[in-house]
Design a binder for this molecule. Structure first.
Ligand SMILES: Nc1ncnc2c1ncn2[C@@H]1O[C@H](COP(=O)(O)OP(=O)(O)OP(=O)(O)O)[C@@H](O)[C@H]1O
Ligand SMILES: [Mg+2]
Length: 221
């Protein structure tokens, strides 16, 4: 019986999620080939990428917090239906840059809508689809923001420019999620050099998804 797996990448802005994901894919691609699916939230398909542009546009200063939360959930719904679930049904390993925990942390805690309220609202979108494994890239909020300021000036979005207190609430919510879901969420010290971060991430994936990661061209569960 084929069972796909969903691995999500979470953490504060500038933690190195996307950098690590790209490096992990480069390492796993020769072994996993077309069993690997790489995607991101909000986005992953035409409709969700269009929603992404609305959410992240720095000109959309009038956006209500709950509108923002609903747009993320709408993008997630389309992403699941169009991309994630079909891949899981094919038995693929889906690596997703951000997922539900981001909504709980950013809209629930950052925007102060409430973590539980945002989680509950998202159940309508996900119909309960939960990540099999979540890699939490743990870095102090200020360090992450500093990395973005230093290296990614041209890509700063509407959430990156929030006050440091916003990003501290996000980080605290992530740490609470980590404490609440120790089996699903694994912490990686993302203050280390990228190479170390990637090694640690692959070690965790190997431990948690042995049938996927173990053998060349390997078996599936
Ligand atoms: N371990 C690391 N040490 C130092 N710099 C890093 C590390 N990982 C990534 N960076 C740099 O920090 C910046 C942010 O990294 P990246 O875009 O991967 O973060 P992210 O977590 O995907 O951020 P966002 O949440 O905004 O998408 C990039 O310029 C990247 O080169
Ligand atoms: Mg990123």
């Amino acid at each position: 019986m084929l069972t796909g797996k969903l691995v999500t990448f979470e953490g504060p802005d500038g933690a190195g999620k996307t950098s690590a994901l790209n490096a992990i894919v480069a390492q796993l691609q020769p072994q996993l080939g077309d069993r690997l699916v790489v995607t991101r939230e909000p986005g992953g398909n035409q409709i969700s990428e269009a929603i992404r542009n609305i959410i992240l546009d720095r000109n959309n200063t009038a956006m209500d917090d709950r509108t923002e939360a609903l747009l993320y959930a709408a993008a997630r719904r389309q992403h699941i239906v169009q991309t994630i679930q079909p891949a899981l049904d094919r038995g693929q390993l889906v690596l997703c840059d951000r997922y539900l925990d981001s909504s709980v942390a950013y809209q629930g805690a950052g925007r102060e809508i409430g973590e539980q309220a945002v989680y509950d609202m998202n159940q309508f979108a996900t119909k309960g689809l939960t990540a099999d494994l979540t890699l939490y890239f743990d870095v102090d909020a200020a360090v992450g923001l500093n990395r973005i300021q230093q290296h990614r000036q041209n890509e700063i979005n509407r959430l990156d420019v929030e006050a440091l207190s916003f990003h501290h609430r996000v980080q605290a919510a992530y740490l609470q999620l980590l404490a609440d879901h120790p089996e699903r969420i694994k912490r990686i010290d993302a203050s280390q050099p990228l190479e170390e971060v990637v090694t640690q991430a692959i070690q965790i994936m190997t431990t948690k998804l042995p049938t996927y990661m173990a053998t060349e061209g390997g078996e599936r569960e």
